[in-house]
Design a binder for this molecule. Structure first.
Ligand code: B4P
Length: 185
């Protein structure tokens, strides 16, 4: 059995699909974006450093996110994880490999065009979904996160999945691979 990472650019549908997959396959879903948003709300720190970074489309510090993920994994022993929005750079990917074992991790990469994600995010309207911020999130993705595709491809740990089409269509495609990876390996 493998732990799964759902990967892709901002607005690819990682959160949307991770929610559905974790329910259908009984996986433990960890969204670092969601956890960070909750942290901001719960601590009432709307002007906090984290909030400013997220709204501006940057990445929150590796130290903080890695610590959050490590704690979550410790709190859920002997579970199969579906990680959404993490890792987002090489430092995080190395950290996760050490935590769970590289051989136990597979990546499902949602392939979606920039144009499609911009349309999707425009209709959602979160603060970080404003056009300028989306542009910056894409730049951050291209600079920091996209290089991980090569990192995971090298060890044959990445499967590309067409992320365009309706939510249900994408889900059906993802579910086939996710089922095999969490059932048989
Ligand atoms: P995330 O919460 O991870 O958000 P995201 O990448 O923008 O969106 P996602 O791909 O999950 O899209 P969603 O399903 O919501 O990150 C937010 C911020 O948190 C980051 O910018 C960063 O600052 C920080 N952060 C998070 N993790 C971090 C880390 N590891 N290190 C450092 N910083 C970190 O879908 C988007 C919209 O599209 C929704 O409205 C949805 O309904 C719609 N949609 C989805 N699929 C669709 C489909 N098939 N058709 C039509 N619409 C669809």
């Amino acid at each position: 059995m493998k732990h799964l990472i759902i990967f892709g650019p901002p607005g690819a549908g990682k959160g949307t699909q991770a929610e559905k997959l974790s329910q259908s396959l009984n996986l433990i879903h960890l969204s670092t974006g969601q956890q960070l948003r909750e942290l901001v709300i719960n601590q009432g720190i709307s002007q906090s450093e984290i909030n400013n970074i997220m709204t501006a489309g940057g990445l929150v510090s590796d130290e903080m996110v890695n610590q959050m993920v490590a704690q979550f994994i410790v709190d859920h022993p002997k579970q199969i994880f579906l990680l959404d929005g993490y890792p987002r750079n090489l430092i995080q990917a190395n950290f996760l490999d050490n935590l769970l074992g590289a051989e136990n991790i597979m990546v499902l990469n949602l392939v979606v065009s920039e144009k499609e994600t911009v349309n999707r995010l425009a209709s959602r309207g979160r603060l970080d979904d404003q056009a300028d911020n989306v542009k910056r999130r894409w730049l951050t993705y291209c600079k920091n996160t996209q290089p991980l595709i090569t990192y995971y491809e090298k060890n044959k740990r990445l499967i590309n999945v067409d992320g365009e089409g309706s939510i249900e269509e994408v889900f059906k495609r993802l579910e086939i691979d996710a089922k095999q990876l969490t059932d048989n390996s």
